[in-house]
Design a binder for this molecule. Structure first.
Ligand code: TYM
Length: 324
């Protein structure tokens, strides 16, 4: 079976962008791919974290995966820091990664400008650790949102560079980025992506927002000029809302446009609110029903499975480099 690998950072609240750009696709892939879905806590610490909150967030992300439909009988759910080979391979890859290529990473530039007081080496090296997360498992595909494309391209370059220096060791993976939902935009500003670290909470709908809060955010969401419910390049706000509506309801954008012919924004937002709140209520009921101890034992199992593969790969890497 071909393999898929991806991950989410356990920082703040996960939002609809994380679901529609990534996790929703993971759920669909788990029947065709041997899937490894990681909670990347070593990535999270590149921004200062409160240890207690981080520990809780790791558990919450695991619960989120499960409540969104990741099935632990089909997919491996695990925690990055519990598989020491991630950090070990990152060090090895550091020796072939170039300063210049890391300086070009747009996420680094964005985060460095947001956290001027803490531009640490980890933040700079973040994409190399992500490459290690991927290459340890030889996946064919890496299902992510658009913002991670550049990191997967770096991963491919590092795999090819290592293979040509030390003989074929890593599979060169492809990013899997769906056209719809790859870049869900902020509700308060459709020119910027929906982001956990946005300054205004009106930017995103968190998966744990109460239906009332979500409804308020949708009512405040910016819209475009004009009054018809249509997607288009000149209507970025409406196109974004239509994309969310479509992906959550299973209706195509065309079908939704037809449904709202002759109607205005108020009706459209009412329909969108009903769709979003139904999704959130269902998700939150599943999330709240999960038992902490059961989730922890699912993670233990996953860590073990991931470790077995990562250990083997690291022996291969070290042998080829003369490290044993
Ligand atoms: P993170 O935690 O920022 O985001 C998790 C996933 O959600 C996607 N995403 C979005 N998709 C559409 N629209 C949005 N507005 C939006 N915001 C976020 C991201 O593209 C991502 O797929 N570096 C990664 C985590 C990571 C990883 C990995 C991913 C670490 N190692 C190995 C894949 C493979 C990150 O920070 O994602």
């Amino acid at each position: 079976m071909k393999r898929a690998v991806s991950g989410v950072q356990p920082t703040n609240n996960l939002h609809l962008g994380n679901y529609l750009g990534a996790i929703k696709n993971w759920v669909e892939l788990q029947d065709q791919y041997d899937s490894f879905y990681c909670i990347v806590d070593l990535h999270a610490i590149t921004i200062k974290q409160d240890p207690k909150v981080l520990r809780q967030n790791v558990l919450n992300v695991a619960k989120t995966y499960l409540a969104l439909g990741i099935d632990p009988n089909k997919s491996t759910i695990f925690v990055q820091s519990q598989v020491p080979q991630h950090a070990e391979l990152a060090w090895v890859l550091n020796t072939i990664a170039k300063l210049g290529e890391l300086e070009r990473m747009t996420q680094f530039k964005d985060k460095a400008s947001q956290h001027k007081e803490n531009i640490n080496m980890g933040l700079f090296d973040y994409p190399v650790l992500m490459s290690a997360d991927i290459l340890l498992y030889d996946p064919e595909i890496v299902p992510v949102g658009e913002d991670q494309k550049q990191h997967v391209e770096l991963t491919r370059d590092l795999a090819e560079r290592f293979n040509s220096a030390y003989s074929k060791t890593f599979l060169v993976p492809e990013p899997l980025i769906k056209k719809e939902g790859a870049r869900i935009m902020g509700l308060d500003d459709p020119s910027k992506k929906m982001s956990k670290s946005a300054t205004s909470a009106n930017n995103y709908i968190a998966l744990l927002d109460s239906p009332e809060v979500a409804a308020k955010k949708i009512s405040k969401a910016v819209t475009d000029s004009g009054s018809t419910i249509e997607s288009g390049k000149d209507k970025p706000a409406l196109t974004n809302l239509l994309t969310i509506y479509s992906l959550l309801s299973g209706k195509t954008i065309k079908e939704i446009e037809k449904e709202y012919t002759g109607k205005g924004y108020a009706d459209f937002k009412k329909g969108l609110t009903a769709t979003v709140t139904e999704f959130l209520s269902d998700f939150q009921a599943k999330f709240n029903a999960l038992d902490d101890n059961e989730v922890k034992s699912i993670l233990e199992e996953g860590n073990k499975k991931a470790r077995a593969i990562a250990e083997k790969k690291m022996v291969d890497v070290k042998t080829k480099m003369g490290l044993i």
